[in-house]
Design a protein around this ligand. Structure first.
Ligand code: HEC
Ligand code: HEC
Length: 466
């Protein structure tokens, strides 16, 4: 290093230290202010003429406090808000009756905890009282009894599903939450039972099989213009970790090659800084949250997108008018800001120690950044492009079926942080590549990269390390 270089790097270090000191000096009071401020303080501040009349430090405190409030609210909405979707899943489809079973006032055999866990539903161990935990540990709970599933719903312990009970304690309806498809648990109590992991893709969850249990599937058959048997066939074709969020817009139940048309459920973590969302870049996080809450979860509220009025691309939506949903009361719009903020705050989880080879991963990073051209699109540390992060099907070397179901007709560069946590179900929007080796072989052929076996293995370890 030249002398000039040394001086430069020394002064950069000094600047770095100064920066750190400043961060420590300013961070303390801001966080303290946020924590000390009571809800009453915000009201008092408003009365006194707003934060603008205060010194800047006071407004900084307000910002920090606001951030914490939004995270708290957003978490609650993400986990527990049904957006009024019980009017659909319970009142209309009667899904709660299939869960309860005939013995508990419903229909059929009911859904036992064992069955619920086998279709990928998860139980929040923090919601279980100690006595129940002890009974579970001692094998004293009958996991074949649907009445236990109802008891878990009463405890609000089933991740992403809320049961509504009447005064006599019988289930009268049910709704779903974002956490249904975008949370899992850490299995710390037992397989499928543990602490919540918000934002993680629910790759065990068989959404289609669960929905197919509903006694009344007529709303789907009416909308799609097919019989109930066909609706069931489509729902059960998806398999675990998949859902089709465009079926009720374009009516395309199968791919042209006859395969199922659902996409993998992506994670809802590590999204801060990423421009377009969904596999095909439909829009931003709040755009998509409104789309899902109003048109997929069937909550009550507002969603607008004139692009969905296109009769050729979205014949079903053009007819149903779902691109201009104005249901009253609006239980969605007021929640989008907190919900957005919360998702942006969820970091991509780091891989567990020992889950990848460090030396190989370090070599794999070189391949990713240079020879593999991966970083051209998966730009670190976002691992997607800053800007319009879309590519044509031809550029990606894949068919255009799913891209053409989006207003963009493109595929979005998938952010790769936390990739290790959603390997189940495969990779790319429909899981067409069963493992990372297949993904790399695809790029090898597509881009003529001529990877050696060593480079491929190193690249896999790097991808597992993100
Ligand atoms: C029934 C399952 C299901 C539910 C419930 C659900 N989602 Fe999703 N979510 C999906 C699927 C499937 C996709 C991918 C859709 C696509 O690309 O067409 C997705 C995509 C997303 C994305 C884009 C992620 C990315 O990588 O860009 C976000 C963010 C998201 N959902 C958040 C939410 C929120 C917030 C809620 C609650 C309002 C919610 N989802 C409810 C299944 C679900
Ligand atoms: C031209 C831009 C581009 C380049 C170059 C590129 N990717 Fe991708 N990558 C994408 C897009 C777009 C997707 C999403 C495809 C889909 O969903 O069908 C994707 C998806 C992936 C996925 C799957 C993510 C998931 O959640 O399923 C992996 C893994 C991946 N890329 C790794 C790589 C590696 C490794 C390289 C270099 C060898 C690379 N990519 C080069 C654009 C690119």
């Amino acid at each position: 290093m030249s002398t000039k270089g040394k001086v430069y790097s020394a002064s950069m270090t000094a600047l770095g230290v100064l920066g750190l000191v400043l961060i420590f000096l300013t961070r303390g009071p801001v966080v303290a202010a946020a924590e000390a401020a009571s809800p009453g303080a915000a009201a008092a501040e408003k009365k006194a003429g707003g934060a603008a009349s205060r010194p800047p430090s006071s407004f900084d405190g307000l910002v920090a406090k606001n951030a914490l409030t939004m995270i708290e609210q957003g978490r609650r909405i993400f986990r527990f808000d049904t957006f009024g979707s019980e009017a659909f899943w319970g009142d209309t489809l009667q899904l709660h009756k299939a869960i309860a079973g005939e013995k508990n006032g419903g229909v059929g055999g009911g859904v036992s905890p064992k069955t619920a866990l086998s279709v990928g539903l998860k139980v929040d161990s923090d919601a279980l009282p100690d006595s129940l935990k002890q009974q579970l540990k001692n094998g004293k709970v009958d996991l074949d009894d649907p009445a236990i599933t109802l008891a878990l719903l009463k405890l609000n312990a089933v991740v992403g599903v809320t049961g509504l009970f009447d005064q006599k304690g019988s289930i009268r309806s049910m709704g779903i939450q974002c956490a249904f498809c975008h949370s899992t648990v850490d299995d710390s109590f037992a397989p499928g039972i543990g602490k919540r992991l918000d934002g993680w893709a629910a790759r065990d969850l068989n959404v289609g099989v669960i929905v197919s249990l509903a006694p009344n599937l007529k709303p789907f058959s009416d909308l799609l213009g097919v019989d109930v048997a066909t609706v069931k066939k489509v729902l059960t074709s998806w398999g675990p970790g998949r859902f089709d969020a465009e079926l009720d817009k374009d009516g395309k139940a199968l791919r042209p090659d006859g395969k199922q048309a659902g996409t993998l459920i992506p994670p809802a973590f590590g999204l801060a800084g990423v421009n377009l969302h969904t596999w095909t870049g439909f829009g931003s996080v709040p755009y998509w949250n409104a789309y899902v809450a109003a048109t997929e979860m069937h909550g009550s509220g507002t969603f607008f997108d004139a692009r969905l009025a296109d009769k050729d691309q979205f014949p079903v939506a053009a007819k149903s008018g779902s691109g201009n949903t104005r249901a009253k009361p609006d239980l969605i719009t007021s929640k989008l800001a907190d919900l957005h903020f919360y998702q942006l705050a969820i970091p991509a989880p780091k891989p567990p120690a020992g889950s990848f080879d460090k030396g190989a991963a370090a070599r794999g990073k070189q391949v990713f950044d240079l020879k593999g051209q991966c970083a051209r699109c998966h730009v670190p540390p976002l691992y997607t492009e800053p800007g319009n992060n879309l590519h044509s099907p031809a550029e990606m070397g894949v068919d255009s079926f799913q891209a053409d179901r989006s207003p963009t007709h493109m595929y979005r560069t998938a952010p790769l942080a936390g990739l290790w946590s959603h390997q189940k179900g495969g990779f790319y929007h429909d899981g067409r590549f069963a493992n990372l080796g297949e993904v790399i072989d695809h790029y090898d052929t597509l881009l003529g990269l001529k990877f050696s076996e060593r480079e491929k293995l190193d690249l896999i370890e790097y991808l597992k390390s993100l």
